[in-house]
Write a protein that binds this ligand. Structure first.
Ligand code: NDP
Length: 449
């Protein structure tokens, strides 16, 4: 089902498998990139001589540490945390922290690897990194979250810094967690170093439009893909998986541009609301009350809740996977195709399986891969770092405008690169090659480090 590897790249991939046993998500992310790099080595043999691909697949540094903390009953709990500092050729390591029970080294490495190329695509001076913990924030009190974040930062602080490594949020890590992490960093170091974390609150160094950035950015990228096809998002029926940060703001921007968003989900089920998702209600339930999505239908009688349902069976013209990795399989892709879907833009990281991507592309669906389509989040984090460095604070309109320009540029870069490498309109090829070339040339220029 998936494409084969170039004969020069197969041994490199075999080496990645051998050196990183059991890390299936990392293998998947590496393979997807290597599948597109064959023509690059032909055009730029010096990158092969410099062993840039082998070097890029090996993180510069990996930190794994214990996080002990006490729960509200006084019981001692132990979690494991990770920070993978993957590549700093273009700038300080940059990438979020994920708190989810599924987290292990293979997930953090897949995310860190993707982050290298994504960050390169933004055109901003940021390297790639990622971190997280197998801590499950669900059902925890505020006080437990705070104690966990403080314990985690008590180790992490020695590895990060505004010029070294700048973490942010991801699944399970939002403004509340960034606050507790920043507070502990400040306390330990006795430095008000705003640029050490992004996703901060607006009155203590955060950037306007950062909360909205990943979701909005995915819609801006989608708009550009549709424009190429002489189409637009206006009047289209959309479904958005997830109901967290990325999903909520993808829904907000899609609705603002005239789309009808009729479904969203969480890990327990799917809400279908043919009248259009009531965004104010969704925000109240998820952001304010931190309840499960099933609460939506208690307030909105016209909507239905499908316990353990599959969102990709809901007929739509546009699908936006905004929850987690490998949530859209070949079978799901087939049902999207059957129902007349015309575009998929990935708000999440690697949400579509390789087989799923194959089905979508074969059917001629416009497909925006996460490392391009969801780059608006990290791009706006880099804008937050710029504001921190100049002790400035930009307006929402200005920051959103910068985000939009960045997304338009990423789209153009991916599209033109896909054309240059004889795969016009294939954004997977375009994103991988454009991102790789930027980092690869920088690595070559920096010598053997
Ligand atoms: P949130 O924690 O805010 O929301 C995650 C959403 O996805 C929740 O609705 C959650 O449901 C659902 N979800 C998470 N894990 C699973 C799972 N295993 N199965 C089914 N549903 C799941 O995270 P974000 O919105 O920040 O992140 C979503 C995706 O976007 C991730 O892939 C992340 O890496 C990516 N991303 C995020 C960026 C950001 O700026 N936040 C930037 C770029 C990419 P439940 O509550 O039931 O767990």
């Amino acid at each position: 089902m998936v494409a084969g590897l170039d004969e020069k790249l197969e041994p490199i991939f075999q080496d990645v498998l051998r050196r990183n046993p059991g890390e299936t998500e990392f293998h998947q992310a590496v393979r997807e990139v290597l599948e597109t790099l064959g023509p690059v080595l032909v055009k730029y043999p010096e990158l092969a001589e410099q062993k840039i691909i082998q070097r890029i697949c090996e993180p510069e540094r990996q930190i794994i540490f214990r996080v002990p903390w006490q729960d509200d009953r006084g019981q001692i709990q132990i979690n494991r945390a990770f920070r993978v500092e993957f590549n700093s050729a273009l700038g300080p390591y940059k990438g979020g922290m994920r708190f989810h029970p599924s987290v292990y080294l293979g997930i953090i490495k897949f995310l860190g690897f993707e982050q290298i190329f994504k960050n390169a695509l933004t055109g901003l001076p940021i390297g790639g990194g990622k971190g997280g913990s197998d801590f499950d924030p669900k059902g925890k009190s505020d006080a437990e979250i705070m104690r966990f974040c403080q314990s985690l930062m008590t180790e992490l602080y020695r590895h990060i810094g505004e010029h070294t490594d700048v973490p942010a949020g991801d699944i399970g890590v939002g403004g509340r967690e960034i606050g507790y992490l920043f507070g502990q960093y400040k306390r330990i170091t006795n430095r008000y170093e705003s640029g050490v974390l992004t996703g901060k609150g607006l009155n203590w160094g955060g950037s306007r439009a950062r909360t909205e950035a990943t979701g909005y950015g995915a819609i801006f990228f989608l708009e550009e893909m549709l424009k190429v096809r002489g189409d637009s998002i206006e009047g289209k029926t959309c479904v958005v998986s997830g109901s967290g940060n990325v999903a909520i703001y993808a829904i907000e921007k899609a609705q603002a541009l005239g789309a009808r968003v009729i479904a969203c989900s969480d890990s327990n089920g799917v809400v279908v609301d043919q009248d259009g998702i009531d965004l104010a209600l969704l925000k109240q339930i998820k952001e304010v009350e931190r309840r499960r999505l099933s609460a939506y239908v208690q307030e909105r009688t016209g909507a239905t809740y499908l316990e353990n349902g599959c969102i990709w069976t809901v007929p739509c013209q546009i699908a936006l996977p905004c929850a987690t990795q490998n949530e859209l399989t070949a079978k799901d892709a087939q049902s999207l195709v059957r129902n007349g879907c015309i575009a998929v833009a990935e708000g999440a990281n690697m949400p579509t399986t390789p087989e799923g991507i194959h089905v979508l592309m074969d059917a001629g669906i416009a497909f925006g891969p996460g490392k391009a389509a969801n780059a608006g989040g990290v791009a706006t984090s880099a804008l937050e770092m710029q504001q921190n460095a100049s002790r400035d604070s930009w307006s929402f309109e200005y920051t959103e405008q910068r985000l939009k320009e960045i997304m338009v540029n990423i789209h153009r870069n991916c599209y033109e690169t896909s054309e240059e490498f004889d795969s016009k309109g294939n954004y997977v090829v375009g994103a991988n090659i454009a991102g790789f070339l930027k980092v690869g040339h920088a690595m070559a220029a920096l010598g053997l480090v």
